[in-house]
Design a protein around this ligand. Structure first.
Ligand code: BTN
Length: 244
């Protein structure tokens, strides 16, 4: 594993993207930083992490034949890789909150930010950014329901071993994408999905609450929600969130 270790950087995603423009990097090059000054989350949010306590890293993956229309399968694969890697040694299994947060109960342990470089209808390379809360035990209330592996299991972790295992397990699941085994990926993803087929309170972008249950995931990554009147609606990440 080709790994670049940094003490501090703005964002490991930004750093590896810039580096990949300047020099040829091998697929599965990893950049890990003890501290990010501008860690980025989904939908323009920030990713906050206590200096040195957690894992904040990015993996560069190169593809030869990966169509943009299949991009959500990569998100599934990465979520499953993170989940399988950190589930070891934890008694009550973690779940994936759609689209790709990792949850313990209703507390977030890890977040994933995927940024793709396209060429026509193909994804040539992806930067997979992962923030995993490992040893941090106290979190600001303003960031919502968040926890860490240490809070869940009581254990201390060797950060190098944890990182190595995460990258290898993600690679294992990304191989499903490379082999176009999309059906298999989706099946495992749905089995690991938080509140799949369960009545759930959602909030739409007009801040209205409603109850529905996730019954499927579309190829585009949108969720298919069955409403109380049995009608189904598709939503993307900008249109709906789980009510807190
Ligand atoms: C989210 O849940 O909103 C996604 C969070 C992704 C955070 C990671 S930390 C390492 C990498 N570098 C970044 O700037 N963001 C990702």
């Amino acid at each position: 594993m080709n790994i670049i270790k940094l003490n501090a950087i703005d964002s490991t995603n930004s750093y590896i993207k810039k580096l990949a423009n300047e020099i040829a990097l091998d697929s599965y090059t990893v950049v890990v930083a003890k501290h990010q000054t501008k860690g980025r989350g989904q939908l323009g949010t920030s990713w906050l992490s206590e200096n040195g306590k957690n894992l904040t890293f990015s993996i560069l993956i190169k593809f030869n034949d990966f169509k943009v229309e299949n991009q959500f399968y990569l998100s599934m694969a990465v979520s499953l890789g993170v989940l399988a890697s950190i589930n070891k040694g934890i008694s009550s299994p973690l779940k994936i909150k759609w689209p790709n947060d990792i949850l313990s109960g209703n507390h977030k342990v890890a977040g994933i930010l995927i940024e793709n470089v396209l060429s026509g209808n193909f994804i040539k390379q992806s930067v997979i950014g992962i923030g995993l809360n490992v040893h941090q035990q106290v979190f600001s209330k303003s960031i919502g329901n968040v926890t860490s592996l240490k809070n869940i299991s009581g254990n201390d972790y060797n950060m190098d071993d944890l990182l190595e295992n995460l990258v290898q397990t993600i690679k294992f699941y990304v191989n499903y994408v490379e082999k176009k085994e999309f059906k298999k990926l989706k099946k495992i993803y749905l089995q690991s999905l938080f509140n799949y087929q369960k009545p759930t309170t959602f909030e739409n972008n007009k801040r209205e609450l409603f109850i529905g249950k996730i019954v499927d995931i579309c190829k585009s990554g949108r969720i298919l929600v069955e409403l109380a009147n049995k009608k189904t609606c598709k939503f993307d990440l900008k249109e709906i969130k789980f009510a807190s």
